[in-house]
Design a protein around this ligand. Structure first.
Ligand code: F6R
Length: 248
């Protein structure tokens, strides 16, 4: 795994965005895996700036990592909403090219199977953008997830439910299940770009990079991927062993 540390989360995200843009530039495999959450917002902001300056992503298909079970797509806490407002519209994607698991479908297991089948049909994405949970999750592959897991319905851990509580302050219960791409699905991407910032991610980042490859820290599975890069701010990198500096 390669590690790039920049002085701020904004700069780390901007550098990750330039990498993503470069990996999509030749247009031969226009499939981008997208994460939601706070971590990739600077990355999407920089990609939007590049689009405003002439980068054309109109042929790109976006495939989301995950979606809550039972939350309607129109709910502003849903990942459908996040992907539309923070990714599809600012990046000028064709709405027909935006694929988010249908967590509110009557049968979310069948929705998970459809998402997996769509990703397999294209041979995996060119580049998968990832965040990391404080507990080491990627997508919603919580600790205990197997390296061979595929897109499925999962139970969220108490940690993750507590972390998501900040978005559900109106009394709506925090969803307890999600549809998530599996670990094997994520690892089928040709390139992985993980962004993390803040000291709350430091321990998970350290375990992902320096710990054993173990279901206890699903992000540690990235060690088995031929091209995974972490883009970090100093706080997220604060528990790492000495790094070889990468020039700006
Ligand atoms: C989101 C996702 C999650 C988040 C992770 C970090 O699609 O799959 O793995 O990336 O929970 O969330 P933030 O960035 O909000 O701290």
């Amino acid at each position: 795994m390669k590690v790039i540390v920049r002085p701020t989360a904004a700069e780390a995200g901007a550098e990750a965005a330039r990498r993503v843009a470069g990996l999509l530039a030749d247009g031969t495999h226009p499939h981008l895996g997208v994460a939601t959450g706070d971590s990739p917002l600077p990355l999407y902001a920089e990609l939007a700036r590049l689009v405003a300056s002439g980068l054309d992503l109109s042929a790109v298909h976006a495939h989301a990592l995950d979606e809550y079970v039972g939350l309607p797509a129109a709910d502003p806490r849903s990942y459908h909403w996040f992907v539309r407002h923070h990714i599809a519209v600012p990046l000028g994607l064709d709405p027909a090219h935006v694929h988010v698991p249908e967590g509110a479908a009557p049968d979310p297991h069948a929705a998970a199977d459809r998402h997996e089948a769509r990703l397999r049909a294209v041979g995996g994405v060119q580049v998968q953008i990832l965040g990391i949970g404080g507990n080491g999750h990627i997508g919603f592959n919580e600790p205990g997830s197997a390296i061979g897991s595929t897109t499925r319905v999962v139970d969220l851990t108490a940690d993750t439910i507590a972390a998501n509580q900040r978005f559900f302050t109106d009394g709506t219960p925090v969803p307890r299940q999600a549809v998530t791409q599996g670990v094997a699905t994520i690892l089928s991407a040709r390139h992985l770009v993980l962004v993390a910032s803040g000291e709350g991610k430091a321990r998970a980042v350290r375990d992902a990079l320096h710990g054993p490859v173990t279901p206890d820290c699903p992000a540690s599975y990235l060690q088995t991927h031929p091209d995974a890069t972490l883009y970090l701010d100093p706080a997220a990198a604060s528990l790492l062993e000495a790094l070889v500096p990468v020039p700006a």
